[in-house]
Design a protein around this ligand. Sequence first.
Ligand code: PRT
Ligand code: ZN
Length: 295
Amino acid sequence: MPRLKIAIQKSGRLADKSLALLERSGLQFARSKDKLFWYGRNQPVDLLLVRDDDIPRLLVEGVCQLGIVGENVAEEKLLESRCRTDAGLEPLIRLGFGHCRLMLAVPESTTIRQPTDLEGKRLATSYPGLTRRWLEQHGVEADIVTLNGAVEIAPSLGTADAIVDLVSTGTTLRANHLKAMDTVMESQAMLYRCPDRLADETEALLAKLLLRIQGVQQAMETKYVMLHAPRDRLAEISDILPGAESPTILSLEGQPDRVAVHAVCTEQVFWEHLEELKAAGASAVLVLPVEKMLA
Ligand code: PRT
Ligand code: ZN
């Protein structure tokens, strides 16, 4: 009987959501507090809990067949060519969490305004591979100072003129009197597979698991939206609903000019959408989660 191994981050920003996704996909594990290995209880799928930096290598070396890691880490590791470069990791599903940007940032008071101003300067980063690629793309020669942490304080310490670091809310940049100048890479958590083809039975198991994960992923993004709308603005309202196809229209007792609209929105529903709906005459807008779906 073939077994699959999935690598996820042991602790950190991606850890809880990675595990939750797998558990929602119906996988149960015999949890052990300190150990790195959790045995699959109800499916032949085991878990390896490691540092996120190790995940690309574990996949390339075939120790694990699936792994969840930020696109930033996967790209960086491949560029640093600590793993075999001829066989890249295969990205399978963008997971919709761990969103961030790898950004080039400069001190607020700097005279650096455009990429060419970085010529001959020093850039501090934990992402030397991606930084080097950005410099090459912009035809700039600069020194890269590789740091494992506290990159944001390098300019105030005088060890760098600019930094390339991950940003999500921007609070860290502001707290260190830095401002973003360019986006080097946008990233989120991604499910990757090992580059090598597996035995037929193992491939079949992997395909089955992928369908489940995709289903969970879709259900998490999908919302059921209910609202009341003026009959004569239905087309406009349907256009605002993100990713909704043919909504259900129901008449409202005693209100000939208004109808109830029920729609399955397959893309994220933001507050902005609700505000637009309201402006188009919608009322009683409800957004409900979808537990499971089979399209
Ligand atoms: O121990 P291990 O090596 O497994 O974890 P780690 O410390 O290397 O990584 P961790 O858990 O911090 O991050 C894991 C992944 O989360 C990253 O590789 C990214 O893909 C993703 N991610 C999303 C982030 C952020 N957002 C983020 N904001 N990773 C780091 N940050 C840091 C950033 O480095 C900076 O110090 O948060 C700070 C900036 O945040 P804001 O909100 O102030 O902009
Ligand atoms: Zn790490």
